[in-house]
Design a protein around this ligand. Sequence first.
Ligand SMILES: Nc1ncnc2c1ncn2[C@@H]1O[C@H](COP(=O)(O)OP(=O)(O)OP(=O)(O)O)[C@@H](O)[C@H]1O
Length: 633
Amino acid sequence: MPRVAKPKVAAGTAPAKKAAPAKKAKKNMYDMPEKVPEGTVFTDLAKGQWRIGPSIGVGGFGEIYAACKVGEKNYDAVVKCEPHGNGPLFVEMHFYLRNAKLDDIKQFKQKNGLKSLGMPYILANGSVEVNGQKHRFIVMPRYGSDISKFFVANGKRLPEGTVYRLAIQMLDVYQFMHGTGYVHADLKAANILLGLGKGGGAQAYLVDFGLASHYTTGDFKPDPKKMHNGTIEYTSRDAHLGVATRRSDLEILGYNLIAWMGVELPWETQKLLDVPQKVQKAKEAFMDDIVGSLKSLFPRGVPAAIEEFMKYVTKMTHNQEPDYDKCRLMFQKALKQIGVPNSGDLDFKIKPQTSSNNNISPPGTSKAAPAARRAKKVESPVVNSSIDEIISASDEEEEEEKRIKRAAMKASPAARRAAMKASPIARKAVMKASPAARKAAIKTSPEARGAAPAFPKKRDAASPTNQKRVKTDPDLSPKPRGTPKASPKPQTPSATTQPKTPKPHTSGASAKLNFSPAISLRGRPGGKTVVNDDLTPNPRSKKTYEFNFELDVSMDANVIVNVKRKRKAAKDQAAATPESRTPSARSIASSKEEGGTPVTRVNFRKVNGHDDSSSSPAKSPRTPVVTLRKYQR
Ligand SMILES: Nc1ncnc2c1ncn2[C@@H]1O[C@H](COP(=O)(O)OP(=O)(O)OP(=O)(O)O)[C@@H](O)[C@H]1O
């Protein structure tokens, strides 16, 4: 659980005095624990002895150590140790002692037919003096990696199937925990650890019970002392009001699921995290129009299970017991639909083309993304590509580049710059970069942005482990939501949920977005997949059109993208007019030139080789990993 640590005394200035009692933790301030040297032996209350091993985790609290029972060889336990004055470890310890007994966990598993349950338990606890400061420690089983590491390594997303499996597993833990009268209140990737050992990779464990508290079954009474508790990104609307409820846990899970699917939550996009009240308001608006909000976040199609789950959460009353079976079923259904078994090791590798890595609904489950579904039909099932594959431009691309350059030379300097910026070569340079550099370039360079689709920007690089728990001055808090409603509020359009459409790079010309009615993707012999964009059939004159589409390329596939116009004798008005400076405007212009026939072609070719001869068609099989979707506002 993230907390605010008291500043440590600078090394060398005032060494920790022997026998000085740990200072009482002030509100929101916790003492950092003293470093425990490897080999130290802690004796617990039952006189069990634990040898401290290497540090295995650093959190807001300090460090967590591998530990081994004295006399044994395996470091298969961990010791979490904090100054006595720190409240959260006290809370966590008592929660474990009262509510997470191994027998209870076993019984729950039996009753519910579960092979495993991601509920940790306590092995031992005690007090110890470290550098003269009294510390409390708990000993727990040792688990594996926390899933935030995979989330970050994957560019802030997890495979769709894994998101659903985690949802099911966390609902199991919630059901157990809620059965004891407590809520967790701080679920997030950094607090979910994989199991260790044989079969461990199939089960995720929810840790960090430092914010566990009794949930309310009575009236809804906001508590200024507890307002905004949790991790600000994910904490629930009830938690913003200081009320512990079971629906709150579900809401927190929901925000995490959304984030794990690879999209940024609106309050992150809008950089509101420093002001809990603003986050709270944004969440209220988000949940008040959950369907619209999710549509904005997943322009290519809202994953049906996420929508169903979030809708369910919005309809719950504050003291309602969640229908865990119903919720699990939502995700079990979704798993079936995407053909991911709910067994075996949890998979954290983002694969080429499943709906998972494209944030679209599983086929047949969403009203949205018909183009994506069509696209999926022509994909071949297996793609074996490497992240290191090299991207290069084809001849046509270079030719178009030259032509655009020529046209641009006739235009104004501003138009010239814009045309050059939007040129395929500029884009190619971006594509040639490493995936990370590519992302950075797309984030930062206007030309890349011009070529990029208009959808909410990716998350920034803040590590989930930096996510802070926030407490604020209660006086600033907005009014309580009052007794929760059974039906959603009237929908209020919220600025917080609307993705911003970047303006085209035209000077003074206001672009009107006009989405093509249909985009089809079909395979073609010769190793190419051609996407025909049936662009606005009858373009209106004197209007600027922009067509946005999103090209989804999985992490380990590289492709050539050609936006191609048919050759023609007519002059290149398109590139020479201010309205034609964006790639999309060029595409539209090409439509106009063909008298309304949909002629813009986008060719994708996957580059297979590890050499640079990627423009060879022989090395360009079809590109099943590439999907083209219409961007929807
Ligand atoms: N039982 C465990 N086995 C292995 N690693 C663990 C275990 N418990 C915790 N960790 C590691 O330590 C990190 C911090 O643990 P935890 O969240 O319980 O402590 P915290 O003091 O609340 O930390 P933070 O303030 O960062 O949330 C986890 O993200 C994980 O990497």
